[in-house]
Design a protein around this ligand. Structure first.
Ligand SMILES: Nc1ncnc2c1ncn2[C@@H]1O[C@H](COP(=O)(O)OP(=O)(O)O)[C@@H](O)[C@H]1O
Ligand code: SF4
Ligand SMILES: [Mg+2]
Length: 333
């Protein structure tokens, strides 16, 4: 990884509101998210369903128009690029969706599906395209005999390999992976993660790996951002996040999802209550309605980011200053 390299993509203050019918209300899907990903780096993004993960990924690729904020890709501000110019960006930024069945045209053969990005974006003879398509199939460990088949002949895991081959076909600089293993059988998930890890070391692409599952994201990410109601509540290098989770929400996620790890000193507890509606966002710290260590001012004061150590570990909680952010510790209420 290239520590000092310019970020491939830099998002600042990203905000997305969706109108709710004609009620005049809005869904506050993303609320001032800032992040950046460097070449060769994989950023994991974790959060419960509805926390705004897909919307952030889609906005980064200009598949959805942000309500506010800025997106800089390869040093260029693409926030308000007109649709006809974004088409040229497509070869440089790709996405793999959760559901490979709906991502692929069932009438096309696998070979044409893998070769399609080359047809759209690269000027080459048909024979060269055929060679490149075969090489792509090999890279995703898909037997060449599948190239003449249709999507209905393949399993979910094989179809996701086709989607990954399409995503890497034009050597993009940014790949968004939106829950790429969530719809697959448990038995094939590990294989897809291994493939993505391979691709990560082979390419210099920046990757955004989205998942609601911390265990999955831990395996592939260099850094992780934790999302709650459209805000980043914690950001850290992967090892730091798992060893010293600072935000009470991150501690709750870890406590619920991970087997006991003697190195991690977090109190076992269960996150109570429902995620509040993004139509009616809680005031102050949005997590205060469920936070086991909340204090009265959490209802009115919106916490800013606090740096923890020198590794780029940041969390947004009012109680970090007095140590009361650690659930189950003596400083906690
Ligand atoms: N096209 C849309 N129209 C209205 N609301 C949307 C739309 N897309 C997403 N939302 C809402 O925005 C919030 C964030 O959604 P999403 O980004 O899909 O979250 P995640 O991927 O984390 O599950 C949710 O409340 C969702 O219902
Ligand atoms: S600011 Fe308050 S409510 Fe929010 S996470 Fe910290 S302690 Fe909990
Ligand atoms: Mg999603």
């Amino acid at each position: 990884m290239s520590g000092g390299a310019e970020p491939t993509v830099e998002v600042s203050g990203l905000t997305k509101r969706f109108p709710v019918g004609r009620t005049g209300q809005v869904v506050n899907a993303v609320n001032g998210v800032s992040l950046s990903i460097r070449p060769g780096e994989t950023l994991g993004m974790v959060g419960e369903s509805g926390s705004g993960k897909s919307t952030i990924g889609r906005a980064m690729l200009r598949l959805t128009e942000p309500s506010a904020g800025r997106i800089v890709f390869g040093g260029r501000d693409i926030t308000h690029l007109p649709a006809k110019s974004t088409r040229r960006l497509r070869r440089d930024m790709q996405i793999v969706f959760q559901d490979p069945w709906s991502a692929l045209n069932p009438r096309m053969k696998i070979g044409s599906l893998i070769g399609e990005p080359l047809l759209l974006h690269e000027d080459m003879a048909a024979s060269e395209r055929r060679d490149r398509t075969e090489a792509l199939a090999r890279r995703v460990h898909l037997s060449p005999e599948f190239l003449a088949r249709h999507p209905s002949d393949l399993s979910g895991g094989q179809l996701q390999r086709v989607c990954i081959a399409r995503a890497i076909a034009t050597n993009p600089r940014l790949i968004v992976l939106d829950e790429p293993t969530s719809s697959l059988d448990l038995s094939v998930r590990a294989g897809i993660l291994e493939l993505l890890a391979e691709i990560r070391t082979q390419t210099k692409a920046a990757m955004l790996f989205i998942s609601h599952d911390l265990g999955t994201i831990r395996l592939i990410s260099d850094r992780i951002v934790v999302l709650y109601l459209g805000r980043i509540v914690e950001e850290a290098p992967t090892a730091d996040l798992f060893e010293r989770p600072a935000h009470p929400y991150t501690q709750s996620l870890l406590s619920a999802h991970l087997p006991a790890d003697p190195k991690v000193r977090i109190a076992r507890h269960v996150l109570e209550g429902e995620v509040p509606s993004p139509i009616d966002m809680p005031s102050g710290c949005a997590f205060h309605t469920r936070c086991p260590v909340a204090q009265p001012d959490c209802r009115s004061v919106e916490p800013g980011q606090v740096a923890i150590g020198g590794s780029g570990h940041m969390a947004s909680c009012l109680r970090i200053a007095d140590g009361g952010n650690i659930i189950g510790s003596r400083g906690a209420a």
